[in-house]
Write a protein of this length. Structure first.
Length: 480
């Protein structure tokens, strides 16, 4: 019996050794797999935590998401982001949130964060603001209908086809006026035996005299109500970029420079920035869309520049219409013949016609700009029903009729056209100036910089275990 019992003991010992080995191997496998899963979960959670630290004011005010790498301080850089990520890894891997913690429990995985490095970033100002522009487009794309995009494209086509944005019309006017001025006081031979000293009166002299008075004085009745705000552009992102004093990321940016993209981008700008007639908050400037077009530090300078460009476009458009209206062209010709008949110089009739044509168009353009600034509408190319001034009233500087609401394009619609005519990179950089300027007025953001804002990051995290495991995690996250 003793011998048989000995055999049984050896048999059980061998069985237990095999079972225990299998059991310990399973435990080690579970530990290894669990540790790998926990490391991945900790890394993913840490990245999500970092992305959740987006700048609140930037989101609330402009619907843009980005990590402010300065975290409300005067110093920016990826080191702070790395420190935040490291902190989240330690919290996710530690036992601080467990009641009793390490005093009552043993960490089965034994994981700890060794290092967290941000290896690549996408900054909002990268590639001339292409990242910022792309994010803005994505923020507005669901709110813009195809009809509006098509309409804006049609307006731009009309402007381009008719050359309303060119200086050709103004050059024609100046050449005609110089020709008339050249004849004034000139000795002209009118027959074989007789010559006269020509005295020419420019029929459009009264209306042309208004060109030097300042456009705002002519189209705004109460100039005292205009904003006097000024922005220090020397401290903003556009100036820093020119000086080479700007942070640059190392992730490629997607291009967003098609006409479709530009229209969507400017719709974003019209929604989140202010323009004349729509000032309802305390921004860095009151006429911010006008700043995008003109780029001047003072509100009044920006508004004046935009009003001048509107006047130029409207004058050219009015010339285009007058040239197609046979009745009005007969009026112009009759007035030119009458003016030249007085001085008996038929050769000047075509030149005087040109001067009268532009004088009439300019008078109408002043009325158009006034209507727009008062919230009315003006067609891009007029017809007889939308024309206001008579020839006599225009040339004699008669009092303008009261501005009417009208139909056609609004002031904002004309701003859409002017923005489309503005260089995209310039428009983007000035838009980022406005974002910086506005956010610096909010509490705790006096030193806010867009070139400190990350739209995407790539990080490498190293995690090890007290049981000898090592994990390297590489993760990318984008707001775009």
């Amino acid at each position: 019996m003793r011998r048989e019992n000995a055999y049984l003991t050896v048999y059980l010992a061998l069985c237990l050794a095999v079972v225990l080995s299998l059991y310990l191997a399973l435990i080690e496998g579970a530990r290894r797999s669990g540790a790998a899963m926990e490391a991945v979960c900790a890394g993913e959670t840490g990245m999500q935590n970092i992305m959740a630290e987006y700048h609140r004011e930037l989101m609330n005010r402009f619907n843009l998401f980005a990590i402010d790498s300065s975290y409300g301080t005067d110093v920016c850089g990826k080191k702070k982001t790395e420190a935040h990520l490291m902190g989240y890894l330690k919290k996710n891997l530690g036992m601080d949130g467990i009641p009793g913690g390490s005093y009552l429990y043993r960490d089965f995985m034994g994981l700890q964060a060794d290092d967290a490095e941000v290896t690549a970033v996408s900054i909002m100002t990268d590639e001339g603001g292409a990242v910022f522009r792309k994010m803005a487009i994505e923020a507005i794309s669901d709110d813009v209908g195809l009809d509006l995009v098509d309409q804006v494209q049609d307006w731009l086509s009309v402007v381009k086809v008719n050359g309303l944005d060119q200086t050709e019309y103004d050059e024609q006017r100046q050449q005609a006026e110089e020709t008339i001025a050249g004849y004034d006081g000139k000795e002209v031979q009118i027959s074989e035996t007789e010559s006269v000293c020509v005295e020419v009166d420019n029929p459009a002299e009264q209306i042309n005299a208004k060109r030097g008075l300042g456009i705002l004085h002519l189209v705004i009745e109460e100039e005292s109500t205009l904003s006097s705000k000024r922005i220090d552009s020397a401290g903003l992102v556009g100036y820093r970029r020119k000086q080479g004093n700007i942070n640059v990321g190392n992730m490629p940016a997607q291009s967003a420079d098609s006409l479709w993209d530009k229209i969507l981008f400017q719709e974003y700008l019209l929604k989140y920035l202010e323009c004349y007639g729509g000032e309802d908050r305390n921004g860095a400037l009151a006429y911010q869309i006008e700043y995008l077009i003109a780029g001047k530090d003072y509100d009044t300078d920006n508004l004046q520049s935009v009003a001048l460009r509107l006047s130029g476009i409207r004058e050219a458009a009015n010339v285009v219409y007058l040239l197609t209206d046979a009745e009005k062209m007969l009026e112009i010709e009759a007035a030119a013949i009458l003016a030249c008949g007085v001085i008996a110089l038929p050769v000047l009739i075509p030149v005087v016609k040109t001067v009268i044509l532009f004088g009439w168009a300019y008078a109408e353009s002043l009325h158009d700009v006034k209507v727009l600034l008062e919230g009315g509408k003006v067609p891009l190319i007029k017809d007889r029903s939308s024309w206001h001034y008579s020839l006599e009233g225009a040339l004699q500087g008669a009092a303008e009729p009261e501005a009417e609401a009208g139909t056609g394009l609004s002031y904002q619609d004309y701003l859409r056209i002017l923005m489309l005519l503005t260089d995209l990179d310039t428009l983007t950089m000035r838009a980022m100036d406005m974002v910086e300027g506005d956010l610096r007025l909010t509490p705790g953001n006096a030193g806010f910089r867009l070139d400190a804002c990350y739209a995407g990051i790539e990080a490498v995290m190293h995690i090890s275990s007290t049981y000898g495991y090592h994990y390297e995690l590489r993760r990318k996250r984008f707001y775009q």
